[in-house]
Design a protein around this ligand. Structure first.
Ligand code: NDP
Ligand code: OXD
Length: 308
């Protein structure tokens, strides 16, 4: 009943230590030291090997070491193999920090002050109340909901959009394609926290930028392919969009010649908005292993027909 880890090797060492402390009876191995491939029932991976079922014929569960599973090619993975995304609390905390600082950067005009600093201009701009700034989050799952709960504390006028209806205290919740335009039209700062699926690939395009109020800003912490990148550049250059903070791009790493690198109203980070914390990740995986063995549903198991 081996669990095999195949992701960042440095974090893998930490996973190994936590497994040894918390579950010394569970055989844990680090890729590429796979041992007896037939004994591998559980794989914790960011990118599984291409021939995963040929290599590990007795695989029962693939755990993503991240919150997303879009990096998995599941075409050769039979339905009886469960796929589980990461739901440990460290990912949530990191994302709340990143998005909060990004919203505050935009809200407190720090793009404009950076431009003034480049010109050596000491000029004050009017301070706006958070209650007059309309924030909208695409995706009301584990991360979108946590982000909105943090932003509400500052008094922002909060809304969210999801596939199915949600109720979150103090948040105007919109659901489904029919409400998309109404959600966008009331959004000054748009945050993408959707999973990447066939339904969400390229969802943020010129139509979306055109429906946002003029001068809105955009934060992408979902996935690069959610966005039509040329439409984003056009919206920034026409002034329709004020600024963009991008933690994810397509491709990653972003090629050196890409216009995002030098655009004065784009701030880039290399997909670091959040990261799995080994200690709590191991606890979540162990809990799911117990659940799986007891025939209970695992926390974070994805629905393969929905793609998330
Ligand atoms: P969840 O699965 O918990 O939530 C996904 C949300 O998106 C749900 O509210 C879901 O709606 C909504 N959604 C999915 N498809 C659609 C659609 N077609 N139309 C409208 N709404 C839709 O995911 P998480 O919150 O845990 O994570 C979201 C994403 O964040 C990850 O998939 C990953 O891509 C990204 N991420 C990025 C990180 C980074 O460092 N940049 C770190 C971690 C995650 P419903 O509630 O109705 O099902
Ligand atoms: C994730 C990520 O999905 O880091 O967890 O992007």
């Amino acid at each position: 009943m081996t669990i095999l880890y195949k992701a960042n090797p440095e974090r893998g060492m930490q996973w190994a230590q936590h497994f040894a402390q918390k579950a010394p009876d569970v055989p844990f191995r680090l890729w590429p030291d796979i041992g007896d491939a037939a004994a591998v029932r559980y794989l914790a991976a960011w990118e599984p090997p291409a021939d995963v079922m040929q290599t590990f014929p007795n695989l029962e569960v693939i755990f993503s070491t991240g919150a997303g599973i879009d990096q998995f090619d599941l075409s050769g993975v039979p339905q009886h193999v469960a796929v589980v995304r990461m739901t440990e609390p460290g990912i949530v905390e990191g994302m709340v920090e990143y998005v909060t600082q990004s919203v505050l950067t935009i809200h407190r005009d720090l793009f404009d002050y950076a431009a003034l600093q480049r010109e050596r201009v000491w000029r004050e701009m009017p301070l706006r109340a958070a209650s007059t700034r309309r924030v909208g989050v695409l995706g009301l799952g584990m991360l979108g909901t946590a982000v909105l709960n943090a932003l509400r504390i500052f008094g922002f006028d909060c809304a969210g959009w999801s596939r199915s209806p949600h109720e979150i205290e103090g948040v105007a919740c919109f659901a489904g394609a029919d409400t998309f335009d109404a959600f966008l039209a009331r959004t000054d700062i748009l945050i993408c926290l959707l999973p990447l699926t066939e339904a969400t690939r390229g969802i943020i395009d010129k139509q979306v930028f055109g429906t946002l109020p003029k001068g809105a800003s955009f934060i992408n912490v979902g996935r690069g392919p959610h966005v039509v990148q040329q439409d984003l550049l056009d919206a920034l250059d026409s002034g329709q969009l004020h600024a963009a903070i991008l933690d994810v791009t397509d491709p990653e790493p972003l090629p050196r010649e890409h216009a995002f690198w030098t655009h004065p109203r784009v701030r880039l980070t290399p997909h670091i908005a959040s990261a799995t914390r080994p200690e709590t990740a191991v606890e979540v995986v162990l809990d799911n292993l117990r659940r799986h063995r007891a025939g209970l549903p695992m926390i974070g198991a994805i629905d393969r027909t929905r793609g998330y």
